[in-house]
Design a protein around this ligand. Structure first.
Ligand code: SF4
Ligand code: SF4
Length: 381
């Protein structure tokens, strides 16, 4: 498994480069979507009690129609296209759809319950060019609320650790409806042991809104944060959104759903997100730059207690683009109020290259030249 992990690291280098390009383009311009979730099939092979995103009867969207929608998203400039559901692995042509995304040079990712994974299916996903896969594991033992348990999925996780060439991230949950809060910690530790990225979500209601954490959930949540050693964006995300949500506090942010994030349902309509379907509900083929611009500015009343983490993460890029110094101060708050922001060394270095000095002096020539060289290396004009 050690060899598989090392190979995954080597294979990930071109992917990291493309991710850096994607972030640089998203920081440079707000005229294109950063992330779209697209539903190839609404049907799911499970029936989680909390879920409002599946049915038991729908057929897959036809391959031709899915390819048309992927082409439309690429034409809008969408950077990352993620298959969600229902259960996307139930779609018979999923691998061809992944190839279509890669054909456009976009990043292809998948959210799955993992039940249909086996070594050969994982190798097929490698060959198709999948770049990231996310599984939510809800509990250690299956119960009446969710069968997405570590007991059932652990073997699948081992196969992923052994065979996947793509990045894998394991999401656990804390909050109302979770019977054993400590399960999230056990799941996170297992994911870290297997070399995966981890996220922890707070349970939301059927409108994507926060359910406050009880003391036991809170203690588990804090322990997970101590152990999972998040990277730059995850660390910033925790400071910006998760800390408040875990404390039951609202977040002051601007949701850019309908602009920088799109949710494309099985009928091909663009919605804000999985929890706010019906707005604006415009067919994808009629969605234009004007719609992206309007929705960039539309204030969503559900924003303060929203728990839809992928839309939060997208908003962080726009925060950085609009006011980088203010954003960095929020991402890396000082230990004591009034002190300067505690920037990690790498972030400090990049800010010295790309941001003008705080005292209003012009940026020095060497920093300007190096910043230009970095942008050219990423292929960004
Ligand atoms: S596996 Fe996912 S889509 Fe299926 S019922 Fe559970 S939460 Fe919903
Ligand atoms: S704030 Fe945005 S992402 Fe969150 S529920 Fe509302 S529309 Fe969806």
């Amino acid at each position: 498994m050690g060899l598989a992990r090392s190979l995954r690291k080597v294979h990930s280098l071109p992917r990291r480069f493309r991710q850096a390009q994607m972030i640089a383009r998203a920081l440079k311009s707000r005229n294109h979507p950063i992330l779209a979730h697209i539903i190839p099939i609404r049907r799911c092979n499970l029936s989680c009690a909390y879920c409002n995103e599946y049915d038991k009867v729908s057929s897959p969207v036809s391959k031709a129609e899915m390819i048309r929608r992927i082409d439309l998203l690429a034409a809008l400039g969408t950077e990352i296209i993620t298959f969600s559901g229902g259960e996307p692995l139930l779609h018979p042509d999923l691998d061809e759809l992944i190839r279509r995304i890669r054909h456009h040079g976009r990043i292809a990712t998948l959210i799955t319950n993992g039940y249909l994974l086996n070594p050969e299916r994982i190798r097929q996903l490698n060959r198709a060019g999948l770049e990231h896969l996310q599984i939510s594991v809800d509990n250690v033992q299956p119960d009446e609320v969710s069968k997405k348990s570590l007991k059932v999925l652990d073997k699948k996780l081992e196969w992923l650790a052994e065979h996947a060439a793509f990045d894998v991230s394991i999401n656990s949950v804390v909050g109302a409806g979770v019977q054993h809060p400590e399960d999230a910690l056990i799941i996170t530790r297992r994911a870290l042991e297997l070399g995966f990225d981890t996220t922890v979500g707070t349970i939301h209601d059927h409108k994507g809104q926060l359910q406050p954490l009880q003391d036991a959930d809170r203690a588990v949540y804090d322990q997970i944060q101590k152990e999972r050693k998040p990277g730059f964006w995850a660390f910033a995300y925790d400071n910006l959104f998760q800390k408040n949500l875990a404390a039951g506090q609202p977040n002051d942010w601007h949701c850019r759903a309908g602009s920088r994030y799109l949710y494309i349902c099985e009928d091909g309509l663009v919605h804000y997100c999985s929890q706010q379907r019906g707005y604006p509900a415009i067919p994808l083929e009629k969605y234009t730059g004007e719609d992206l611009e309007r929705e960039y500015w539309t204030k969503k009343p559900c924003a303060p207690f929203c728990t839809v983490s992928c839309v939060h993460r997208v908003a962080m890029i726009d925060l950085m683009r609009e006011n980088p110094r203010q954003a960095l101060a929020k991402f890396f708050p000082p230990a004591v109020a009034g002190a300067p922001a505690q920037l990690p060394a790498g972030v400090k270095f990049l800010s010295s290259l790309f941001l003008p000095p705080e005292d209003g002096r012009p940026q020095n020539g060497a920093a300007k030249a190096m910043a230009g060289a970095v942008m050219r290396m990423l292929g960004i004009k």
